[in-house]
Write a new protein. Structure first.
Length: 139
């Protein structure tokens, strides 16, 4: 299989095998008017298998959200066929508007317009809790 290199855009690499589609869907890449390649189950020396997403356009990405979805991934920014910037993702301390609190008594369930905010309570176990009611986020 041959996937051409991109001249200007973004490559999300080292995605945990199987998580590429989740990231693809979350970023709504099917709605973008640019070439996008989702490559699944690529052989990897470090991980055994990985997914890769190539976006042949310069789009805005929220690195905190990507870090929440897959903290082991990397984001490479490509200009004129060369990597000009590389970001190694990590778990963010807070996540806004990605996770929804499922506690029916939480203020986010009662009041409209309040942003769902979660904080990293346990980094080792990837546990996030609601900022308002401290309910544990469901994965």
């Amino acid at each position: 299989m041959k996937i051409d290199e991109i001249k200007n855009g973004i490559v999300i690499d080292h995605i945990e095998a199987g998580k590429g589609i989740e990231i693809y869907n979350f970023l709504s890449l099917d709605e973008k008017d640019c070439p996008v390649a989702l490559i699944r189950n690529v052989a990897s020396v470090k991980k055994g298998k990985k997914d890769i997403i190539k976006i042949d356009a310069d789009i805005e990405l929220n690195l905190d959200v990507l870090g929440y979805l897959d903290p082991g991934a990397t984001v490479n920014v490509i200009k004129d066929g060369k990597i000009i910037d590389k970001h190694t993702l990590k778990l963010p301390e807070t996540v806004k508007g990605v996770i929804k609190c499922r506690n029916p008594r939480c203020i986010t369930s009662v009041e409209q317009g309040i942003e769902h905010i979660f904080f990293l309570a346990d980094k080792e176990n990837r546990v996030y809790r609601c900022l308002y009611c401290e309910s544990k986020a469901k994965e």
